[in-house]
Design a protein around this ligand. Structure first.
Ligand code: ZN
Length: 427
């Protein structure tokens, strides 16, 4: 199909709206404040790295206090009388307010805590163990990327310590990482980044180089990475195909069979670290950070009291005490570089992925047969057509609603998690 040259009126209207919002946001921030933020950010990040390595929260506190004060001032300037945290969050999730996000999170927490307690009270399935050849992992990761619709002619896969994706249009690159004793790390990091990359590659070429020619928000972006990685990649049906592919690549595995691989890919264990969390516990990590950072920006929590607040909340939500700051309040880079309002987009992404998965299954009744054959063409084609193609044409929630045919809420994600993990752990 030949790309269109002209945008229609509603598309042009959306371009103007995006430009107006960017302009208003940037011109409301005084030059002095923008310069001070740019000056402080690398210094604060270095201080965080050193404090984290030394386990010394006190050494990071002066930097955190400065960062909170500067970002609060920035939020107040952008909000122009509105809520400063909402204004900061809008950089990552526009046209969404924190109070409604908080209300959704509050409905999710009890069901997630109950599920986590039930799962952790059951027997944990065996982990995948052994040494897995580096080249074999990368070869399989590339195979997965192509099966999930990543266009290698318009992208490439490289290595990075913390995988990420970048670019848009005809140059969308992703990275992955390899641990020889943990092939899931490489394979699922790749699928995650492929979801981000496929979104950018999938946007209508007519939107290129315009404000609507990209993913609409971090939350909607994360819905793509999460559905590729989790709802599709960690499904029982796909794990059956993956089991065959892994045996072919690496030889016999220590897990009993394809269902053993499925259980190993979905193990739930106690842990401190957000980035290593499973599907059941991940959102609890986000809710903790969301509540604390909102309180920091609103001034109801002082930076000096942050560590104690973190540790108290962690014990309540996860059932174990934090053992050291690197496993607690110092584990994430975000606050050191002033990313307040970013964390909730990860959980919104999961929530949106839950909605998309429900709608996808309704439209593709034989999805499991396709996944078991390693055939993602219809599933990723559906996501491209319903969501990715439209870029930032609509606000985030409207983007999900247009794709799903219903307004997004937490129900589909919670139902999916309970069904999946109750079956897996025979609850
Ligand atoms: Zn991501």
């Amino acid at each position: 199909m030949k790309p269109r040259n002209n945008l229609c009126d509603s598309e042009r209207e959306r371009v103007l709206r995006e430009l107006r919002r960017d302009y208003a946001r940037n011109t409301r921030v005084p030059a002095r404040l923008a310069a001070e933020l740019a000056r402080i950010t690398p210094l604060a990040q270095t201080a965080w790295e050193e404090a984290r390595a030394a386990g010394d929260v006190a050494a990071f506190l002066p930097w955190l206090s400065q960062m909170v004060a500067l970002r609060r001032e920035e939020g107040e300037a952008i909000a122009d009388g509105g809520d400063p945290y909402d204004a900061l969050m809008a950089d990552y999730e526009p046209e969404t307010d924190a109070a409604s996000v908080a209300a959704v999170f509050d409905t999710m927490r009890p069901r997630l805590v109950a599920l986590r307690d039930a799962v952790l009270g059951a027997d944990t399935p065996p982990a995948l163990e052994g040494q897995f050849d580096r080249e074999g992992q990368l070869e399989l990761a590339r195979k997965l990327a192509v099966r999930f619709g990543y266009d290698m002619a318009r992208g490439r896969i490289d290595l990075a310590v913390h995988p990420f994706s970048s670019g848009s249009g005809d140059d969308v690159r992703i990275t992955t990482r390899v641990a020889e004793d943990d092939p899931f790390n490489c394979l699922y990091s790749t699928l995650h980044e492929v979801g981000h990359g496929a979104y950018e590659q999938g946007v209508d070429p007519a939107y290129r180089l315009s404000p609507i020619g990209r993913g609409v928000s971090m939350g909607v972006h994360e819905s793509q990475s999460r559905i590729y990685e989790n709802q599709l990649g960690r499904s029982r049906a796909f794990c059956h195909w993956l089991h065959g592919a892994m045996v072919e690549t690496f030889g016999p595995l220590n897990v009993s069979d394809a269902d053993g691989l499925y259980a190993a890919a979905n193990r739930v264990t106690r842990g401190y670290i957000r980035t290593e969390a499973d599907e059941v516990q991940y959102n609890l990590h986000i809710m903790l950070r969301f509540d604390l950072e909102r309180a920091l920006i609103h001034g109801t929590l002082a930076p000096d009291d942050l560590e104690e607040a973190w540790n108290t909340r962690f014990k309540a939500d996860f059932g174990i005490p934090v053992d050291r700051p690197a496993n607690g309040v110092l584990q994430d880079v975000h606050w050191s570089v002033g990313l307040f309002g970013y964390f909730p987009t990860y959980a919104l992404g999961n929530l949106y992925a839950g909605c998309l998965h429900k709608a996808l299954r309704a439209d593709l009744p034989d999805l499991d047969a396709q996944l078991a054959a390693g055939d993602l063409a219809q599933a990723t084609g559906w996501l491209r057509e319903k969501l990715q193609r439209h870029g930032a044409l609509r606000p985030p929630r409207a983007t999900i609603e247009a794709a799903c045919g219903f307004a997004p809420d937490a129900g589909p994600l919670l139902d999916y998690l309970e069904t999946k993990f109750r079956a897996l752990y025979r609850l």
